[in-house]
Design a protein around this ligand. Structure first.
Ligand SMILES: [Zn+2]
Length: 321
């Protein structure tokens, strides 16, 4: 689909997707970019069934197919126009929205609906087969949450270890990747780097021994050992430290620190999506990208995507500023 067709301003977006028919037609074009094709009989003509809202019937064999089957919108009975608005809210604003704000803006009946919509939208922010990071990449890890001020202890209770990698582009940041990691061992950190860094690219880290093997596993490795430098970690690896501080500010600001460990991966992916598109010229850019990914993404829990054991159910991160 020609991306130029996508609205470029908020006013255009609202005008274009003002009713469910237009939203549904847009989703149908994403689903069948070459025109309708029946999966059963390969027929290329179908009728929309107005009484069924999102269902087309093949003119050849009579099979019915929902345009939202196998997408994050599956099973939803709410108007598509609200979904489009929600996706716009998440992608267009610099800080995203909390579930409470989304509920209020869209007039949704319950907080739980707004919350689950955000979860589903977050499941559609990762483009399949995205390109690995390239060039020189700063990598570090940090804790989110953690002990209350004044309470000692390194026990990993109510806090998560998060790794980040960010491309160095002159004095600026290029693309970023952020993810929850189980611990800071060499196996885990190397797996994180393997997931996000292209072969032969350059990893810049501190002297932590968990990174010591990177130079032997196909990467160039720059190590800045802090104890030998008269500099702080934030000075040696400024970009990745900026990422952690923006991330913490976003969680404390938009989400008021109320983020469960179980769903943290989704928040991190949303943060990554927004950061990597921060220089997009059109305010609707993210919404266009997300709608396209959403059409091929069935909602599923993040722990299945990353293949980690599911964290304890009710753990919430105790965030401190
Ligand atoms: Zn058919």
């Amino acid at each position: 689909m020609d991306v130029c067709e996508f609205p470029s301003s908020e006013a255009e977006f609202r005008g274009r997707f003002a009713d469910d028919n237009r939203c549904r037609e847009y989703l149908a074009r994403l689903k069948w970019p070459e025109g309708f094709r029946c999966a059963h009989c390969a027929g290329d003509r179908a009728y929309f069934l107005p009484s069924k809202r999102v269902v087309y019937e093949c003119a050849g064999c009579g099979r019915q197919v929902s345009v939202i089957a196998g997408t994050i919108f599956e099973q939803s009975k709410k108007p598509l126009v609200l979904w489009f608005r929600a996706i716009f809210e998440v992608t267009a604003s610099k800080q995203g929205v909390s579930a409470a704000e989304l509920q209020r803006k869209l007039g949704l009946g319950s907080y739980q609906t707004a919350w689950s919509w955000l979860q589903k939208i977050r499941s559609a922010v990762v483009r399949p087969n995205r390109e690995p990071l390239s060039g020189e990449v700063e990598i570090d890890e940090s804790y989110l949450g953690g002990p209350e001020p004044g309470k000692p202890g390194r026990a990993a209770v109510d806090k998560a270890v998060v790794a980040a990698a960010v491309e160095k582009r002159g004095k600026n940041c290029g693309r970023v990747r952020v993810g929850v990691i189980a611990n800071v061992s060499a196996d885990v950190l190397t797996a994180f780097v393997d997931n996000h860094l292209g072969d032969g690219e350059t990893a810049h880290t501190d002297g932590w021994r968990g990174y010591a093997q990177l130079g032997k596993t196909g990467y160039r490795h720059i190590i800045s050992v802090l104890s030998k430098l008269d500099q702080t970690a934030a000075e040696v690896l400024p970009r990745v430290h900026l990422i952690f501080s923006l991330l913490k500010r976003w969680i404390l600001g938009t989400h008021q620190g109320s983020v469960s460990l179980k769903h943290l991966d989704g928040y991190l992916e949303e943060f990554t999506f927004r950061f990597n598109r921060r220089r997009a010229r059109r305010i609707t850019h993210g919404a266009g990208r997300l709608l396209a990914i959403a059409m091929t993404t069935p909602p599923r829990p993040f722990w299945k995507i990353v293949g980690r054991p599911r964290p304890r159910g009710k753990t919430r991160l105790a965030f401190v500023a």
